[in-house]
Every structure is written in structure tokens, then in C-alpha cells.
Design a protein around this ligand. Structure first.
Ligand code: NAD
Ligand code: GLY
Length: 361
């Protein structure tokens, strides 16, 4: 059965439709498209799997598709790849009113969204996420970006989609490693603000790994409900939204330090979350049992609980580019318990270094 959520942002509010087969439901997508031509930004892996399906749905409304098929991978989340989208849209004389649909995982969603934000100063944009990670996190909330050699997601814009179509059947083809990486962001919601969901995850993580549709539907819906609430309260991250970055300051350092694409985003976030938990413990905010409890769920999800040995100095250098840095001071998302996160500046360089050294192998 389909589920629907609303991201409440006044006149920029939008629905998220979650269900098996929603990509084929023309009544969900057609009312949101104004022209008879759309651009579908996707990649070389997703296009052969799902482009035809989306194209057939759009065809029912007499809508033709300009496909823009990008190379696949985090290492292609760059200016050069973004330009391919602009080249195709300008070449085909797309207008400001043409809709751009991002069909793929978080890399395609973030790049497609950024292209839509920039093209003729903003064109309508729809997210059709096809990885667990993009379904529970990146397709919702309007963060769009590309990477820079000095830092992840450093160039981008807040730009909300008009609609999110989350078809759970796309998860059938997702490689196991990618499914596990998506679980990192699911666990995040339990840790930062939803302790009841964390308990549910402890009971149901195996079902999620087995791709049980009813468990996946519950987890995707509950994750999106958490995210929608946070985004509605703090769209541009002046406060509460920063909590969604638990593990990300350390995790982004891992992704950049190792070379984009080496560690999957979710894997880096898992290890980063354990560094944050270790630091919270050293500050006396989290007891050792809670750290073990957190470690256990990530291990059960098949995710790393130790970061790579980049050296603490390298971590700190990369972390100094974090978007939460204010007046040169590092602000980190830390835990005060399972289900309660805070943004904190108290940790000293020595304490952060010790936590990194304890949690990297
Ligand atoms: P991804 O987009 O690289 O997708 C993972 C892999 O799965 C890719 O090879 C992709 O082609 C493939 N794939 C996608 N759907 C598939 C399917 N249904 N079947 C088979 N293969 C499929 O990675 P991701 O984990 O989806 O997203 C990670 C990105 O999202 C990172 O760049 C991260 O920075 C970003 N992100 C953004 C936000 C946000 O709020 N905007 C939040 C979290 C993460
Ligand atoms: N993924 C973090 C955010 O959307 O704010």
C-alpha cells in the first residue's frame, strides 16, 4: 500500500509518495509537469534498469523525455559532469518551465537538483530516488551539491523538489553493499531523535537486510517523516537541521581523504558516527554501554565501525572545511544518549584527536 508524506514548507511544500510500483502511477507524477517535454538526469547503471519504466509513465501524458545519462560514481559528482547536463539542456532548448527529473541515487539527485537550481536561475525539479540512502535522506529536504577536491558537497544550493516518487521496487536491484550503506542514514534518525525507532531497528535490522518490503516501507516512511519534520522546522540549517549530520564531519573527511568513491557515503557515516560516539563518551555524555549498543547495530547492518588510518592531523585538516565551522571553530554533532543529539563546540583538539585515534585502524 502506498504511503504519502508532506514536507511542509509553505508554498514550496511537496509530497513524498512511497510504495511498490509508484513510478508507474501516472496520476502521481503527471499533475506536477507543465510542459510536454521533460529532462531525465540519470546514469549509466540506472538508465538500463528504470529509464524505460519512467518514460512509459510519462508517455501516458503525452510527455517526451530528453535523457541525460551521466557516468556513474561519486568521483563524477563534479563541475565537469554538471556541465554535461547544461550542455544537453541548452542544446535541446529547454526552457525555465521545463521539468528536470533526477532518476537515481544520491549522486544523481544532488547533481540533478543543483543543475535545476542553476539552469535559467531555477527550473522545476522532481526526485525519483532509487537507492535506500536516497529514499530515506538525500531526495528529501532540498540539499543539492557537487564535490570539490578539498571537500564533499562544498558547492551547491538549497533547492526543493516539487515532488518525490519513492518506488520501493527499485531496491530489488540494489547491490547488497549499497543497501547496507543506506541503513547508516536510517540508523541515524533513531540515534539523533527517535529512540523508539532505534529499538524497532534493533528488532528488524535482519528483515531490512533480507529486503522484506513491509519492513523497508516502514523504515523509509519513518525516516522520511523524521527528515520532513526537521526540514520543515529548519530548512536552511540554522539550528536543528545540523543534527542530521551526525557522523558526517568525520565521514566526509573519510570520503575526501580516501578519494571519492573508495568508501561509500553510508560506510563513511557509519565509521564517523562511531568516532562521534567515542568522543561523546570521552566527554562523559554517553556511557560505554551505549557506545557498544551503537556499535552493535552498525555491525549487524554490515557497516564499518572503525575509520581508515588517515592520521588524526589529516582528519582535522579535512574537517576544518566542514560547513558547520563558525568563526574558525569546529562544531560537531555529538550524542547525549541514544535518541538525543546536540551540536557542540566543547570538545578540545586533544579530545577529538584521541577519539579519532581510538576509532581508526
Ligand atoms: P549513489 O548515487 O552513488 O548510488 C549508489 C550506486 O547504486 C551507484 O552505482 C548507482 O548507479 C547505483 N544504483 C542506484 N540505484 C540503483 C538501483 N535501483 N539498482 C541498482 N543500482 C542502483 O549513492 P547513494 O548512496 O544513493 O548517495 C550518496 C550521495 O548522496 C553522496 O554523494 C552524498 O553526499 C549524497 N547525500 C546527499 C544528501 C542530501 O541531503 N542531499 C544526504 C545524504 C547523502
Ligand atoms: N543529509 C543532511 C541534511 O539533509 O541536512
Amino acid at each position: 500500500m502506498n504511503k504519502m508524506l508532506n514536507v511542509a514548507l509553505g508554498e514550496r511544500s511537496y509530497p513524498i509518495h512511497i510504495g511498490v510500483g509508484v513510478m508507474a502511477q501516472d496520476d502521481l507524477i503527471l499533475p506536477h509537469i507543465r510542459q510536454k517535454k521533460v529532462v531525465v538526469v540519470t546514469n549509466t547503471t540506472v538508465a538500463p534498469l528504470y529509464l524505460d519504466r519512467l518514460q512509459s509513465t510519462l508517455k501516458k501524458g503525452g510527455i517526451s523525455v530528453l535523457p541525460v545519462i551521466l557516468p556513474d560514481g561519486e568521483q563524477f559528482k563534479t563541475w565537469e559532469t554538471l556541465n554535461l547536463v547544461f550542455d544537453a539542456m541548452l542544446g535541446a532548448r529547454c526552457e525555465r518551465g521545463t521539468t528536470l527529473i533526477a532518476l537515481g541515487g544520491g549522486v544523481i539527485g544532488d547533481m540533478g537538483g543543483f543543475a535545476a537550481a542553476c539552469y535559467q536561475r531555477g527550473m522545476p525539479f522532481i526526485q525519483v530516488p532509487t537507492t535506500l540512502l536516497s529514499q530515506v535522506d538525500s531526495s528529501v529536504g532540498g540539499k543539492t551539491a557537487i564535490n570539490h577536491p578539498l571537500g564533499k558537497n562544498m558547492i551547491g544550493a538549497f533547492y526543493q523538489p516539487k515532488l518525490v516518487i519513492t518506488d520501493l521496487s527499485t531496491l530489488d536491484t540494489l547491490p547488497d553493499r549499497e543497501l547496507k550503506a543506506g541503513l547508516a542514514e536510517v540508523i541515524k534518525y533513531g540515534l539523533i531523535r527517535d529512540p523508539e525507532f532505534f529499538l524497532w531497528l534493533e528488532d528488524n535490522i535482519d528483515k531490512l537486510l533480507e529486503r522484506d518490503k513491509s519492513a523497508l516501507s516502514y523504515a523509509v516512511h519513518r525516516s522520511c517523516a523524521n527528515k520532513a519534520e526537521v526540514v520543515a522546522a529548519d530548512e536552511k540549517e540554522s539550528g536543528e537541521r545540523a543534527l542530521l549530520n551526525l557522523g558526517h564531519t568525520f565521514g566526509h573527511a573519510i570520503e575526501t581523504g580516501m578519494g571519492y568513491g573508495e568508501w561509500l557515503h553510508g560506510e563513511a557515516i557509519a565509521a564517523g558516527t562511531l568516532i562521534a560516539a567515542e568522543l561523546s563518551c570521552r566527554l562523559g555524555w554517553l556511557d560505554a554501554e551505549a557506545v557498544t549498543q551503537i556499535e552493535k547495530i552498525f555491525l549487524r547492518a554490515g557497516l564499518p565501525v572503525y575509520g581508515p588510518q588517515l592520521g588524526a592531523g589529516k582528519y582535522l585538516d579535512l574537517m576544518s572545511h566542514d560547513k558547520k565551522v563558525q568563526d574558525g571553530r569546529l562544531r560537531l554533532v555529538l550524542l547525549r544518549g541514544v535518541g538525543e543529539a546536540v551540536v557542540a563546540e566543547q570538545a578540545t583538539v586533544e579530545q577529538i584527536t584521541a577519539a579519532i585515534e581510538a576509532r581508526c585502524t
